[in-house]
Design a protein around this ligand. Structure first.
Ligand code: NAP
Ligand code: MG
Length: 450
């Protein structure tokens, strides 16, 4: 069956692709299984060399990849360039990391025990449409570095950048069959990967709902799973914070990528004593977000991914918002930057909107802020704004969340672990931590008795 890929900013087709079904999925898993023994046997320093070459090719093709990503997701070209830059860094990082992924020697009676970090086999990777190439690289990098072979299923809406990456991997000299990309439906290709007896692990990023299916499906063959799921993160503004700085930065922590960001700080918690002043600053800052043509270097926010998604996002805005911005006329799945006043019990504060809608919620004191921030099934990200260093750390320790930032909204770095608490998932990506998720520890005992 043919798949038509759209540009969400123009609603025009940009590619027509054949979709894989169960048969093609089985064939890709077989290719990955056949390629596995030889890939696993490649010396870590040589795997590193190939990954480094891939990183360099990504750098050399960064403008092409950025244009593909911008057109397919509708994201501003400046954001796409930043993301593709990170993809190259991720491959450089794992190229540098893999020959330092050591085992241990452990003192035991009668001999010695050693541990090895063994590869898993064929891993199935299932990725979402919001940061297609970026999130794919977070999984491909450590998976290949550890000696696994990969079958990647990108989201149906955004398969183009992954297909190009697979070509670059071949150009880099990564052997045929080591990195396979399948275009197809989650319910068909994704489901088959989850069930396939020859797939050792599923690395999944997406919704909590599909994450539950992955976990259920993986049970039948005891597959390893890493789940990076949804979020409903808090941006906590204490009265003693640099309010101008916090307000200027807050819109970008929720309207970047048009709010289609699992890390979006979509609950802005503000201490009551500075609430009115902060909301004034926040509205001014939100008015400045440049929404428009993703091809324009100055654009900060593009359209949503699809018409259906825009309807879902719109359903979260009831009554008169605090602020609603402008969007371009004409085609494109546009939705304005929107601020709504809410309590933490309102739907807009409980469910992940995955669009440019932020709930602004007052709090009374530190304990109240922690209570509200943690009153959610999710636990992915969040920010704390205060000039009191002890409080910043105290609150950071109290929050049930995997990735936090203090006096900043940035939470993703190549070298630091990324992942969720609670229903935001488990397992960690990025940094040295991700190597643990793509390898298995083996313990070997050697007797020295005569
Ligand atoms: P999604 O609907 O869960 O889809 C994610 C991936 O799963 C897609 O490749 C999709 O394929 C596939 N899929 C769908 N149904 C499946 C099934 N039954 N079996 C196997 N695979 C299946 O999520 P999305 O709509 O693309 O992305 C939005 C969600 O991702 C949000 O909830 C967001 O928070 C989350 N997200 C989390 C992170 C993180 O790191 N924590 C990062 C980004 C996004 P098709 O597209 O082909 O259906
Ligand atoms: Mg979906």
């Amino acid at each position: 069956m043919a798949l038509t890929v759209l540009n969400p900013a123009t609603e025009q087709p940009i590619a027509e692709l054949q979709q894989a079904g169960v048969e093609e999925t089985d064939a890709a898993v077989a290719r990955a299984r056949d390629a596995y023994p030889a890939w696993r046997a490649v010396a870590p320093t040589d795997r590193a060399r190939l990954l480094r070459r891939l990183a360099t090719l990504v750098e050399e093709h960064s403008e092409e990849l950025s244009q593909i990503e911008s057109q397919n997701v509708g994201k501003p070209i400046s954001s796409a360039r930043g993301e593709v830059g990170m993809v190259a860094q991720v491959f450089h990082f794992y190229a540098g990391a893999i020959d330092k992924h050591y085992g241990e020697t452990i003192p035991v009676a009668g001999g010695a025990a050693l541990t090895f970090r063994e590869s898993l086999g064929v891993v199935g990777l299932i990725t979402p449409w919001n940061f297609p190439l970026n999130i794919a690289s977070w999984k491909i990098g450590p998976a290949l570095a550890c000696g696994n072979t990969v079958v990647l299923k990108p989201a149906e809406l955004t398969p183009l950048s992954a297909l190009r990456l697979a070509e670059l991997a071949l150009d880099a000299g990564i052997p045929d069959g080591v990195l396979n990309v399948l275009v197809g439906k989650g319910s068909v290709v994704g489901q088959r990967l989850i069930e396939h007896p020859d797939v050792a692990k599923i690395g999944f990023t997406g919704s909590t709902e599909v994450g539950q299916r992955v976990m259920q499906g993986a049970a039948a063959t005891i597959k390893r799973v890493t789940l990076e799921l949804g979020g409903k993160s808090a941006n906590i503004i204490f009265a003693d914070a640099d309010l101008e700085k916090a307000a200027t930065s807050a819109p970008y922590s929720v309207f970047d990528n048009a709010g289609q960001d699992c890390c979006a700080r979509s609950r802005i918690l503000v201490e009551r004593s500075v609430y009115d002043r902060f909301v004034g600053l926040l509205v001014d800052a939100t008015r400045n977000v440049k929404v428009g043509d993703p091809r324009d270097d100055a654009t900060e926010m593009g359209p949503l991914i699809s018409a259906a998604h825009r309807e879902t996002v719109a359903s979260f805005v009831e009554g008169e918002p605090l602020f609603s911005g402008d969007v371009p006329d004409g085609p494109g799945f546009w939705f304005p930057c929107t601020l709504v006043e809410a309590t933490n019990d309102d739907r807009v504060a409980r469910e992940e909107v995955f669009g440019p809608v932020a709930a602004v919620i007052p709090f009374e004191n530190e304990a109240d802020a922690i209570r509200i921030a943690n009153d959610t099934p999710y636990g992915l990200s969040g920010s704390i704004w205060t000039r009191d260093g002890a409080r910043a750390l105290r609150v950071a320790r109290a929050l049930e969340s995997g990735v936090l930032s203090i006096n900043s909204n940035s939470s993703v770095r190549v070298s630091t672990p990324f992942g969720g608490f609670k229903q935001s998932g488990f397992g960690r990506e990025l940094g040295m931590h991700a190597l643990q998720s793509y390898s298995e520890v083996k313990s070997v005992y050697i007797s020295t008795e005569g």
